[in-house]
Design a protein around this ligand. Sequence first.
Ligand code: BEZ
Ligand code: FE
Length: 275
Amino acid sequence: MSTTAVGQERLAEVVKDALDVLHEVLERHRVTEDEWYAVLRFLTEAGRADEFVLLSDVTRTSVLIDAMSHGADEAATASDVEGPLYREDPPWREAPVKIYEEYEGSDEGEVLFVRGTVTSTDGTPLPDAVVDIWQTGPSGGYDVWDERQPEYNFRGRFKVAEDGAYEFQTMVPKPYTVPTEGPVGRYLDAVGQHPWRPAHIHFKVTAEGHQPLVTQVFFPGDPYLDDDTIGAVKPALVRPLERHDDAAEIEARGLGAPFSTCDFDIRLRPQNAGA
Ligand code: BEZ
Ligand code: FE
């Protein structure tokens, strides 16, 4: 760990407390030498498999850190965990923004338009805001897991309009399991924790003079809404889906089947506001 990111004094203080708690737990449970070496082997494997972020997520440590880092501020959109599936440098998408290409399996799903306005907490539109989206499709999960999908499918970055408004075309995502084939999957099995996440869309939003926001949007009625394996669902981030089955509306959108819309306005905190 670099002492530039964490001051040496603070590091010494936090590490001492962490070790005191760890030692107390090991002693209380009379953890054996074999058990402790199994823990060390597991951590070694998790590191080699690049699964420390995933481990932080499924142990709900990421949710705790997010809550402490960003607080609860009614005026701003609630933040949420980033997770390990973000990919740097997603493609730029021009208006009208569509973040996916159809693939074998996508006809199982429904088209979704997500729309809203990006403003500052006082309601001022932020015309230079950039929205970055990543999500699973209706089948096969993330692009990185699904050979049928083109690279960067269901990912993309775009600029909002002059009045801060945005809209993008995607498909309604489905619940999925976090990766289970590695050491963290074995951990989940061992502690009896299921690996499912409710369907969601990830957002990263940036704008000049404002604190960046990382968040997720969820949908009512999802079977895992109250039982997300990473515990990241916040009521304020559950947004209704409105179904449109009127023939004229479907035609106006250039579609051949009913679609849904989801409204999600985003309010960013000014840079100098407290967390
Ligand atoms: C995700 O939502 O992409 C995610 C979050 C935590 C662990 C795995 C995946
Ligand atoms: Fe996700």
